[in-house]
Design a protein around this ligand. Structure first.
Ligand SMILES: [Zn+2]
Ligand SMILES: [Zn+2]
Length: 379
């Protein structure tokens, strides 16, 4: 089958690889009809992880079931399904408690959490390919309604970014009528903004510096804060009568940098602590990693950050962090899409065939104007 293969930093290519196939009785084989390029793919694309050369990327997948293993009894051939980026078994201690992002059976011994086409997440083959093997298929596949193909650009957001944005807001503790500031207007930040408004936020502020992204935030009623035009903390204070936002969300991750490009992995965390009120809450879904050999300084290379813990403690804030357990949210988010209460596809800028994926990575990685979210359509 054709798949997008990682050959090294800034080098991906469409190549012939071994066909995905049924290997275990509980496997489901999916013909991939839509698969997104994600901001977290860029950490791997840029060589800022230990992602192995020759591996296939892609963890935001939707497709049609074309074959099922002998142990599958719910999912059927012909179903259109959303596949959560978390590979999870459904029966380990963490899965039983809904913590599918920390499944104990989907990674190597001593590690928790699996994902398709991702560094350090169990070695699963990604879905930026013609076909995808889905283990524990009955547990993992979320069946989509009859409008699955028509609204594919909406449903494809269910495998990662919509639940991840929702999780950031959930962890922040937002209640209806409260304000929230979201750092990062990439796809996840925009989904966090959408989630906050669905959850009844009084005021949603989104910090970024790319005009195309900020425009998308404004299109759903958020306040755009351009951090290249002034201190974002001061701007948040102006919008909140000097008190700070009730809640905050980190949707940037460890490659955070200022408008001039100087990297500081604690930059957004510290700005959040300053932007959020005393006793407020923060949800951190931007990716942080235990080791980052490509980081500009020694501390960051060890995965450590100059986090302003003093201010955080003094303000009595709370923070939740980590990868989203997609299955906790994807069913009701699917139903919101089906009922036309939300249309997360408003961020999609490109639908492209798999063959154009290498070019798309270049444009998206360069944060080129107008490349806000790329959906690949291999089938
Ligand atoms: Zn993703
Ligand atoms: Zn599990």
């Amino acid at each position: 089958m054709k798949a997008l293969v990682y050959n090294g930093p800034h080098d991906v290519a469409v190549a012939d690889v071994a066909d995905a196939r049924i290997e275990q009785p509980n496997d489901v084989l999916v013909k991939v009809t839509a698969t997104n390029i994600c901001g977290s793919d860029l950490h791997m694309y840029e060589g800022r992880t230990d992602f192995e050369e020759g591996r296939v990327l892609g963890h935001e997948n939707v497709g049609e079931v074309i074959e099922v293993g002998a142990g599958i009894d719910k999912v059927a051939v012909g179903d259109m399904v959303s596949v959560p980026f978390n590979v999870s078994c459904g029966h380990c201690r963490n899965c039983e408690h809904g913590l599918t992002s920390y499944c104990l059976a989907a990674n190597v011994e001593g590690m928790a959490g699996g994902a398709y086409g991702f560094a350090d997440m169990g070695g699963w083959i990604g879905g930026q390919a013609e076909y995808l093997r889905v283990p524990w298929g009955d547990f993992q596949c979320l069946r989509l309604p009859e409008d699955a193909r028509e609204k594919q650009n909406d449903y494809v957001m269910l495998s990662d970014i919509f639940p991840t944005g929702w999780h950031a807001v959930e962890m922040s503790g937002l209640k209806a009528g409260e304000s929230i500031v979201i750092y990062g207007a990439g796809p996840v930040g925009l989904m966090a903004a959408l989630s906050a408004s669905v959850k009844g936020a009084l005021k949603v502020m989104v910090v970024d510096r790319h005009p195309d992204r900020l425009r998308l935030a404004e299109q759903i009623g958020a306040i755009a804060i351009d951090d290249s035009k002034g201190d974002p903390v001061e701007q948040v204070m102006e919008h909140t009568k000097g008190v700070g936002a009730d809640r905050g969300a980190e949707c940037v991750g460890y490659q955070a940098h200022d408008p001039q490009g100087n990297e500081d992995n604690a930059a957004t965390l510290n700005k959040l602590v300053s932007s959020v009120r005393f006793t407020g809450g923060i949800g951190t879904v931007g990716v942080f990693i235990p080791e980052d050999p490509g980081a500009p300084d020694e501390l960051a290379q060890q995965g450590k950050a100059r986090f302003d813990f003093g201010n955080f403690w003094f303000k009595g804030q709370q923070m939740g962090n980590g990868q989203a357990p997609v299955k906790r949210y994807n069913r009701h988010l699917r139903d919101l899409i089906a009922a036309e209460k939300v249309t997360p596809s408003w961020i999609v800028s490109h639908n492209l065939p798999l063959a154009e994926a290498p070019k798309a990575y270049e444009h998206f990685d360069a944060r080129e104007d107008g490349w806000t979210k790329v959906v690949l359509n291999p089938a």
